[in-house]
Structures are given as C-alpha cells and as structure tokens.
Design a protein around this ligand. Structure first.
Ligand code: GLU
Length: 485
C-alpha cells in the first residue's frame, strides 16, 4: 500500500468529549497509534467539542486516563505540548471564522436563512414524495443586497457548503481505493451553525489542514460525507490527508454495537477487571489480521508488527468470549503478587474482609487460573470466606451413602489433626493423605470427594488439599466437624 514512511507523518485521534470511550473509538485510536508507530511520525490528540449538546464535563481527563491506562501515548495534544495548538476545538473558534469568511468571499459557501418551520415542512414533503432528505438549496443564490438586508434585520442563519450540482466526485480511501459519488446525491450541508459554532464537517477539515495531518483513521460511518470533505479541501485549494476508513464493528448477531446489548465502553471493561493487555490484543484484531496468524500480541509486538496491509474492510465482529479468552490468558501470565494487588479492591468492594496478606494470597491463588476477569475473584473465593449452605447428600461420592461419607470424613480428620501447623502445606497434605489412603487400602474418591465438598460446599471447586491449605488447619477441621457432628 502507498502509505509513505517518513518522520513527517502526522496522524490524529479526534474524539468528541461524550463521557466514556466507546470500543469503536478505542479501535480507531489504537489503529491510528499503531500506524503512526509503523510509519514513524507523530500521534496527535485533538478534542472535537463543537457539539455542546453531547458534551459531558470532565471527558478530556477521563479520556486521557483511559488511553494512558491502555498504553496509548500522544506526541501532541491538549494535555501535552505541540506547536499546532490549541488542540481543543472550542478554543479555535476565531480560526474557523477566518476560514469560513474566505469560503463566503469565494462564493463556495453561503448563508442560509431558512427557518426551522420551513425546513421541517420541506422534509415532510420530501418524505411524502419518497425523496431523500436533502436541503433544497433555497438560499443558495441570494443576492448580496438581500443577504445584507436579512443580516441587518438580525435574521439567524447557518452557513452551508456550496456543492456541485452535477457530475461525479471520486475520492480515494487507502483501504478501498477510488470510490465514486454522484454530486446529485450530496447535500449542501451545514458548516457553521446558527450559534456561530462550526460543525464537525468544517472544523475537522480546517484543523487537519492547519495541524498538517498526513493520515486520518476514522470509522467508516464517515464514508458518506467523505466526498463533501474532499470538496472542501478543493474549495480551499488544500491537499487532503490520506484517509483510512476503518471497518464497522458489529455485535455477534450482526447489529450495531450498542449499549442495549451490553457494555460498549472501555471503562466498563476496565471496571470489571479486564486487563489493558487483553483489551489491546482483542481490539487490534477487530479489523486487522497479522501475516503469521499470531493470536497473542502485546502492545509492544503490535508496535512492531502492525501495518496497513493487514487491515480489511469487512465488518469486524465483537465477541466478548474472545475478549474473555485473552483476558484469562493475560491474567494467568501475571505473578501472584500482581494478581493479589489487582484483585484486592474487588474483594474490598464486595465487603470481603481478608484477615491478612498471606491468607489473601492463598485465596487469590486458588482463583487465578479460573478468572476471566478480576471481578470474578469475588465469586470464585466466596466459599473460602464463608462455607455456603449445601445439601449434605453432595458429600456422597457416586453411590456412597451419607453415613459412610461422614464416617470417612471423621477418619480423615483424625489424620489431619496430627499434621503440625508448620507442615500444613498443599504438598504435605497431599503426600500424607495419599500415603494414609494407600496404607489402609482406601479408595481415593470415597475420601477425597467428601473432603473437598465439606471444605467448599460446592459441586465444583479447586481440589481438597489446595482448599485445606488456603483455609488453614483450624478452619479446615472446623468445616469437617460442622458437617460430621
Ligand atoms: N469527532 C469525530 C468522532 O468523534 C471524529 C471523527 C474523525 O476522526 O474524523 O467521531
């Protein structure tokens, strides 16, 4: 592919401050970051806050937090330095005003004085006639005099882009090649709203140009307005950056990734205890395929291996089970100390008092291999904090009767009592109990199943020696006594 590679590359991530980071936006940020790494150059953060209705306070800091948690670093942006600031659009209004004046002078944009009522009426008619909703260009050819009069009368107006009425517009996307659009399908859309604030479609282009952006990665929902963007570049006589429209992310049933079907924000996943490594690995494969089919990729690996050739155009499928798989993988890779540190807040939040660090470590060690996410630690260790109520029949191994199961437990308890506190390790417990079973010609299942159930109260759990070790000698004996007395 023809993406050039030199240190003049400037690629930006331009989110709107809407509160939380949508997974689709994270994917855009990640691909942009990785492509910048791949090409060498600067990665820039720009806050697109011209839509005040959608703005949520505190978004910028939250955004920076979550992206740095993920490991994405910016070379320029509102939170750091750079020679192309301000990097927040609401601080650039004077700049947009200057550029829209130029378009008005060149007659490539025009003031539209249509009232809301007129526009609503127009749309209703279009709907009735089964026409596509489009501005009917009513104000496109107003005389200077007329405009002056309306301005003097204080009439409200928006500024619209003057688009060609006929012909074809050919635009180039780095993934799809040339794409043709009919001019007659395009709408003279709004560049400046009636409150004087620019729309995304205007501010974005002015900023990309002034910030000397060479590459744009954005979601393919922007493809339909792409020709209008290119025409704006033409109107100004500017060279557009190279555009890479990333494929849509769909849910497993083929629909849009939306809040109704589950979590769509990166923050939701962080809070549930997904690791950044897993989120990065998972998101990198939403629309990108590595040459060697490698599945496990760290951010470091991706910084080296990611390139545009592996990016496809067909929609990527968001499968949370796949994310769980990656998360489980990265959780198992962590040292026990690290997992304890990460899991502790979840236990605290759930109101599980852990007596001491050693016990906490033991409890977490029993859960580590089974966790899909850190928050699972609560459920997976619950039985260690308090023995759940269980049907005593669960103690019976296969056809074993309840009396036998309890007798066997009493027998085994007598052996366990003999083990000194300092010898109370998983290995010793296993060695001693197995030796005793063998010596006395006992069947393993007849003893170990009831033992495990008496300690966990569960049908499925870690093995009896691990649990006994984690609980400690006195709690182990108490749990056996509780069911055998
Ligand atoms: N502000 C736009 C958004 O949040 C950015 C699109 C783009 O990257 O150009 O979707």
């Amino acid at each position: 592919m023809s993406l050039f590679k030199h240190n003049k590359t400037r690629l930006r991530f331009a989110p709107s401050p809407t509160g939380f980071l949508h997974l689709g936006n994270l994917r855009t940020a990640l691909f942009g970051y990785l492509l910048t790494k791949n090409m060498g150059g600067k990665f820039i953060l720009r806050l697109e806050d011209t839509d005040q209705k959608r703005e949520v306070e505190g978004s910028l800091n939250k955004l920076i937090d979550i992206l740095s948690w993920i490991g994405i670093k910016f070379d320029e942006g509102p939170h750091t330095t750079g020679n192309y600031g301000p990097y927040i659009q609401s601080e650039r209004i004077a700049i947009y005003n200057k550029y829209i004046e130029k378009l008005l002078e060149d007659n490539l944009a025009y003031r539209c004085f249509c009232t809301e009522e007129r526009l609503t009426e127009m749309r209703t008619k279009q709907e009735e006639n089964k026409q596509a909703p489009r501005y009917d260009r009513h104000c496109r050819n107003r005389s200077e005099e007329d405009i002056k009069k309306k301005l003097a009368a204080g009439r409200k107006f928006v500024i619209r882009q003057k688009l060609p009425e006929e012909g074809e517009i050919i635009v180039h996307d780095e993934l799809r090649g040339d794409i043709k659009f009919k001019a007659s399908d395009l709408d003279d859309h709004v560049l400046i709203k009636s409150n004087g604030i620019p729309t995304y479609q205007f501010a974005n282009i002015v900023d990309d140009h002034l910030m000397e952006i060479t590459h744009v990665t954005r979601g393919d929902e922007w493809l339909s307005s792409f020709p209008k963007n290119i025409l704006l570049y033409e109107a100004f006589g500017w060279t557009p950056p190279k555009y890479i429209h990333l494929p849509l992310i769909l849910n497993k049933t083929g629909g849009k990734l939306s809040k109704r079907q589950g979590d769509v924000f990166v923050e939701n996943y962080r809070d549930k205890g997904y690791l950044p490594e897993a989120i990065v690995n998972f998101c990198a494969l939403l629309g990108w395929h590595p040459k060697n089919d490698q599945e496990i990729l760290s951010l470091n690996d991706l910084e080296k291996e990611f390139n545009i050739d592996g990016v496809g155009v067909s929609p990527a499928i968001f499968d949370v089970e796949k994310l769980d798989y990656y998360n489980g993988h990265y959780l198992r890779q962590k040292s026990l100390d690290k997992i304890v540190e990460l899991a502790k807040p979840y236990l605290e939040e759930a109101g599980k008092p852990v007596a001491n660090q050693e016990t906490l470590k033991k409890f977490v060690s029993l859960a580590q291999d089974r966790m899909k996410k850190l928050s699972d630690v609560v459920e997976l260790t619950e039985f260690l904090f308090a023995l759940p109520n269980y049907e005593h029949e669960l103690l019976c191994w296969k056809t074993q009767g309840i009396k036998d199961a309890k007798n066997n437990l009493r027998e085994i308890a007598l052996e366990l009592i003999k083990i000194k506190d300092e010898d109370w390790t998983k290995e010793n417990l296993e060695k001693i109990v197995f030796a005793w079973l063998k010596e006395n010609d006992k069947k393993t299942g007849d003893y170990l199943w009831p033992l495990r159930v008496s300690l966990s109260g569960l049908k499925n759990s870690p093995g009896p020696f691990e649990i006994a070790w984690a609980l400690g000698k006195s709690e182990t004996l108490e749990r056996i006594e509780h069911v055998t007395k």
